[in-house]
Write a protein that binds this ligand. Sequence first.
Ligand code: ZN
Length: 325
Amino acid sequence: MSYVGPDFEPPQPRRSRRGPLTVALAALVPGALAGWLVWQAVGDDSGGASDRAVSGSSSSAPGSGSPSARSSAPATEDDRPSKSSAPSASSSKPSSKPAASGSLKGKVVVIDPGHNPGNFRHTAEINRQVDIGTNRKECDTTGTSTNAGYAEARFTLDVAHRMRKILEQQGATVKFTQDGDRSWGPCVDERARIGNTAHADAVVSIHADGSAAGNRGFHVILPGSVHAKDADTRPIVKSSRDLGERVAGLFVRETGSAPSNYIGDGTGLVVREDLGGLNLSTVPKVFIECGNMRDTKDAALLTSGAWRQKAARGISEGIVSFLHG
Ligand code: ZN
């Protein structure tokens, strides 16, 4: 989850620059577009889809007024987004297909499995404040869980392992920020530094959300433009958006999941400037919230190994597409 602690603070100013869904569709790479079309085709069969923003309507999206509008974020229990926006036009054109074996040779991918299964036993350590450039935040959080107790930190590690296998098969060098091999953390600033130090070509932070029941679907979080102390995302905003759009599109294609119905105005993309893991990154990086653990329908997906494999494939293919540029 995201919305407890360091990565996800209380209501932030929210700005929406979303345009019609057609804009989002047009901006997506071919493979991603195919994914969205698949979603549109199957979305109504997946249960609860009727309340999703298929049309891209802004009627229920808080803060989705004029381009410069700012308003308070929704005050639901765990839904504390800051900003959202539609994808911008992308000049990318690459293949949506996984690369041939070995084609990622020389590429470094850092996978950041959100949270740590041991965080809950180390509250003092993870509550320590760290500097994220724009402000100070808790080192890390425990993450959320399904109502039945399946922890987000277990989910993130499982998806990360599946992704590593897929990406290594294609020749990429894959590094983790943590692999359940440390008792807590790392802190969000260290998570960012690991990607930077590795000179990663792409970094994806894996999460699942802890929002209110009925809130469903995935969203990809893109870094906003931040320049404050050690945080300077300006060089990575564009490339991260490219990465995020590909990950979103191919996640849809592989999982059939719909973009979030509670954040991102139906685009599946959200821009934030309050996440240390993004603010401190000097390499292209996005977060993905794969679904909402607190919703029983989403939880049924998130707890399925077969579904997690699809999720891992979708995210990995998005990374591959990005690396092939
Ligand atoms: Zn999380």
